[in-house]
Structure formats: structure tokens, C-alpha cells
Design a protein around this ligand. Structure first.
Ligand code: FAQ
Length: 322
């Protein structure tokens, strides 16, 4: 038995090394399955919880055009959550189980969504920085080894690119506006810059999952590699806006061909991950309230589905009888 598992694992790794995609019904090590359930469900939860900080501004967007754009973006995020929950379901976990893990605090979601959106400029900063960071991570995931996850990511990335541009366009509008508007944009950058860098996860040396995930090509790049990529792309964008990065240690390193940057406040990161960020409790309450208040919708949908299936069954029975 031991040898059998060993053989299966070797064959599995050989498939991964050859660049093959793993599909839900293929044999896979239990840890590969569990890692995917963890990562995909947490990613799905991030999309759903991520709707909340922006939802806060839908009624207060400064024009109809901005309102339409934001509404469409938030709807896209619900869609991303749904593709991802479906991808995770192929691994044998139910949606109810995943929601239960979110509502009981067992499953994480991205730390970034535990920060408040205090001004309209924050919506620009989220699109520019948060979606910008999400794309860097998710473009990598279009090549991840698990087929359903990789395929979901292709569409999600296309939509995220729109989101990033609408955010940057909001920032550009503010930076070309009045002094007060430019200050709002700078303030949003100051508050969202460091939390955006934290989105990529702990430093590689403190990341317990990276080594195995890279070996299984779940992750094609490490947390630090992606974070550096994001910084290198984003700093010139801030320069173009005429905004100042809130990091005195940020400077181009000719030798490395990358920007050097200051130390991230890892205590803050872990506090937020553990549930003690500025909005953790509020976000979780919004989700559990939505679940409780939506019970009648789920009951009605189930009753309707049951009625339809009985109707279909009785029509089939009639056809067989005639
Ligand atoms: N927040 O060993 P690692 C978006 C946890 S989508 C909270 O490095 P891993 C779209 C990690 O889970 C944003 N927890 O873990 C949008 C692990 O704990 P666990 C979400 C974090 O999995 C935009 C522990 O720390 N994207 O923004 C965070 O190998 C705008 C040790 O860490 C994804 O989920 C964090 N930032 O690497 C929506 C992408 N970082 O689970 C609305 C898919 C780490 O063992 C508006 N996920 N942790 O208990 C990934 O690529 C990976 O899971 C990482 C973490 C890179 C996030």
C-alpha cells in the first residue's frame, strides 16, 4: 500500500513537471486537494468580502458614470466569487461548508478588505492598487496546475484589468483636479500602499505553504517575487500621477534592476489576519447577516427547484405511460 501511494505520488509529480493540468477526477495527493480547497475557497471569500468596502460607495459615487462603473465592478466580483466556489466544489467540498468556514472564522480572506474606505479616492486606490496587486498574483494563477482554477483565472484576469484601469482613471481625474482632490488621492495612496503590499502574503522565509505549492505548480512564483513585480510596475504609475509613495526607503537599485523598499509592518499584517484589523468584525457581521437574511431566498429557490423537478418527473412518467 505504502509503495502504491509512493508510485502514485511520483507519477503525479511527473505529470506536474511535464506541465499537464490536473483535473478533478484525476488521482491527486490528499494534501494537494486540501491546499486547493484552502486557497480557492479563501480566494472566493476574498472576492465576496471584497465587495463590501466598495459597496459602501455605490450610492455616493460622484457621477452616474462613476456609479455605473463601480456597480459593474462589484457585480464582477460576485461573479468571480461564484466561479471560484464552483472550482472548489469540484474537489469535494460543498458551498455550505465553505460558507460555514468563512462565517465561523475558520477560513481566511484577504487582509486588504479589513481596511475602511473613507473617501471616494479610496475607490480609485482600490482599483489601482488592490486590483493591480490581484492581477499580478492571478496572471500567475492562469498557469496553475489545477485545471478548473487555471481556467477560472483566465476570465477573472480579463475583468480585473478593467477594474485596475477604472481605478487608475479615478486617481488620474483626482490628480488633475483641485488641490483638495489631489490631497484626497495622496491620502488614499498613503493608507492603501502598505496593506496592498501585504496582500502577497508573508515573506518567503515565513511562508509555510510556498515551497510545496511551488513544487506542485500551484504557485508559479513566490510571495516576494510577486510583491517585487507589483512594486516595480506601480512606482512609475504613481510618478505619472504626481503622487509620492509613502516609503522613504523606496529607491531604484540599478544593480538589481528593481526598486528597493522599506520594511513592511508584519505585526500589523498578522493582527489583521488574526481578526484584529480595523474592519474584521464589521465585515464578518455583514456576511453572516446576509446569510441569515437570505435564508428565505435559499428556501424559496430550493422549493422552486423541487417543484420543477417533480413536474418534469411527472411529465416523463406520462410520456412513458402513453
Ligand atoms: N490575507 O504560506 P502563505 C482580490 C495567510 S482577490 C490573509 O504564504 P499561501 C480581488 C495564508 O492563507 C485577493 N491571509 O500562504 C478583488 C496562510 O494561512 P492558512 C485574494 C493571508 O496560500 C480586488 C498564511 O497566511 N487573492 O483582491 C494573506 O501559500 C478588489 C501563510 O501564508 C487570492 O486569494 C493575506 N493577504 O499564499 C476583490 C489569490 N497572505 O491558509 C475586490 C489566491 C497570506 O495556511 C476588490 N491566493 N495569508 O491558514 C494566493 O495566491 C495565496 O493563497 C496567497 C498566500 C499568496 C494569498
Amino acid at each position: 500500500m505504502k509503495n502504491n501511494i509512493h508510485d502514485l505520488e511520483e507519477k503525479f509529480q511527473a505529470r506536474i513537471d511535464a506541465g499537464e493540468k490536473i483535473e478533478p477526477k484525476d488521482w491527486m495527493p490528499e494534501k494537494y486537494r486540501k491546499t486547493h480547497i484552502r486557497q480557492i475557497s479563501q480566494h472566493a471569500h476574498s472576492e465576496i468580502v471584497g465587495m463590501l468596502p466598495e459597496g459602501n460607495w455605490i450610492t455616493r459615487a460622484p457621477s452616474l458614470r462613476r456609479k455605473l462603473g463601480l456597480l459593474a465592478k462589484v457585480q464582477d466580483e460576485a461573479g468571480h466569487g461564484l466561479y471560484l466556489y464552483s472550482a472548489a466544489e469540484t474537489l469535494g467540498i460543498s458551498r455550505d461548508q465553505m460558507f460555514d468556514q468563512l462565517h465561523t472564522g475558520k477560513a481566511k480572506y484577504s487582509s486588504i478588505f479589513n481596511y475602511p474606505t473613507l473617501s471616494w479616492a479610496d475607490i480609485g486606490a482600490i482599483g489601482w492598487l488592490v486590483d493591480g496587486a490581484a492581477i499580478i498574483n492571478q496572471v500567475m494563477l492562469t498557469r496553475t496546475s489545477f485545471g478548473p482554477y487555471a481556467r477560472a483565472m483566465v476570465r477573472i484576469c480579463k475583468e480585473e484589468s478593467f477594474h485596475q484601469r477604472q481605478g487608475y482613471e479615478i486617481m488620474l481625474g483626482l490628480c488633475r483636479g483641485t488641490e483638495e482632490q489631489k490631497e484626497m488621492a495622496q491620502d488614499a495612496l498613503n493608507r492603501f500602499w502598505w496593506p496592498s503590499l501585504m496582500m502577497f502574503g508573508p515573506k518567503d522565509e515565513d511562508s509555510p505553504n510556498t515551497e510545496q505549492s511551488v513544487k506542485w505548480k500551484i504557485k508559479r512564483k513566490t510571495n516576494d517575487e510577486l510583491r517585487q513585480e507589483f512594486i516595480d510596475i506601480t512606482v512609475p504609475q504613481a510618478d505619472f500621477l504626481g503622487l509620492k509613495m509613502p516609503d522613504p526607503d523606496l529607491k531604484w537599485n540599478e544593480e538589481r534592476g528593481h526598486y528597493d523598499f522599506g520594511e513592511i509592518d508584519w505585526d500589523e499584517f498578522w493582527q489583521v489576519v488574526k481578526g484584529n484589523g480595523p474592519c474584521n468584525k464589521e465585515r464578518l457581521k455583514a456576511r453572516t447577516d446576509a446569510w441569515d437574511e437570505g435564508a428565505w431566498v435559499r428556501d424559496a429557490a430550493n422549493a422552486y427547484a423541487e417543484k420543477q423537478s417533480l413536474k418534469k418527473q411527472s411529465e416523463n412518467n406520462k410520456k412513458i405511460a402513453s
